[in-house]
Write a protein that binds this ligand. Sequence first.
Ligand code: ADP
Length: 485
Amino acid sequence: MLDLTRAMTFRRQANLIDGRWVGAAGAGTISVKNPASGEEIGTVPLAGKAETDAAIAAAHRAFPGWSALLASERAAKLFALADLIRTQAEALAELLTLEQGKPLAEAKGEVLGGAAYIQWFAEEAKRVYGDVIPSPFPARRILVTREPVGVVAAITPWNFPFSMLARKLGAALAAGCTIVAKPSELTPYSGLAWGVLAEKAGIPAGVVNIVTGDASAIGATMTDSALVRKVTFTGSTRVGKLLAEASARSMKRYSMELGGNAPFIVFDDADLDASVEGAMAAKYRNSGQTCICTNRFYVQNGVYDAFAAKLAEKVKALTVGPGFAAGTMQGPLINEAAITKVEALVHDATARGGKVLVGGKLHALGGNFYEPTLITRGTQKMRIAREEVFGPVSVLFPFETEEEAVEMANATEYGLASYFFTRDLARIFRVSAELKFGMVGINTGIITTEVAPFGGTKESGVGREGSKYGLDDYLDVKYLSIGGL
Ligand code: ADP
């Protein structure tokens, strides 16, 4: 039997508002299900406008105190938070696997990745530098300082329910902002766990508030509130556009990490084994449910068959099962809607001439389990050439020339991640310059790290998370013109 005792110490079936855990006040609850079994894990409050307003007011009251701390004092709290996450990593990973489904080892990686973001921003808190600009006027000085924007509203998705909030919380708290966060209703416990962690790390009441519930009511309250000065969102392009439009009404700043449609190009001169390894990492992690997962493989004709054969071997070797089962490499998809979408895209691909090399159907385990799938003979007419699959399905599209590959890779409204494999140095620089994406993985399938700027161009959003650039989105520039000197 699975012992979930320690995971349950982090499960809160309430919202954190102004340092108090508040249950569902008559408004009802949301049932949270384990995607591997369909069983209910618990419930969380179905909060709406009133609770969100209360959380925003609490964050607003806490802002003067938190932003006035020395940067080193805020950093100390964040270091404590990062340490706590690392010591509680097993419990947090179990809670994450329970509600999200990913293999326990991946969940632990996500939790430790979250700690790394907090640690990074703790370090950066002390480096929020300003400027002294040479004055064009006599007896005058020009200074530039950077100040926290104020109350931040954060909305996060279900695919990385722990680390997506780490990126936002870490940057906001380091900058001196206070925050109201809304995790996904599908995976709220990893979000609410941040409330438990913040309390244990001694972060004052009201600095971190977490509400769960009616997404559109909470989102609208956040965007309509004059007290909220910034909205940070990770999720679909559709919802991102709604929130950006609504934020514009009160000229709020916003950062948007939205959908992707990552190309992965394998050139004839690539190291084939390395590209297969990169392909596995960039495609099948989290069962293909990441916004930087490869959606389209473009493989040059000279290596097409060899690459397909090697990749097929690896895909066949993926062990599918519940995230807690030993040896599981791929867990379930998040819910039935995800399965329906993957099935439709695979059906469309095969109807348009795609050849299934591996998988191609529901897994024998049933429920939300889908077979890791590999399809060859991809054509640009297939829906998967344009739509984000968000599942464990690879389609290989052949190409002849570099120009053709780049053109197909760029033929999307998205611009988040892209990947290519080649051993030609000149091509590395040429193709990197031509790809219209915010991130380019060259001879690697893994690009996420807290020290680098994560984010996209085009309809994949605006703003960057992680790295020194990640803090800028939480800071306003203030210019001081000092005369009479
Ligand atoms: P996905 O398709 O990955 O679930 P969504 O954009 O629907 O992406 O969800 C990401 C986050 O956005 C979740 O926390 C969800 O609750 C939230 N969300 C969905 N609709 C809205 C909305 N109208 N306003 C604010 N947040 C929303």
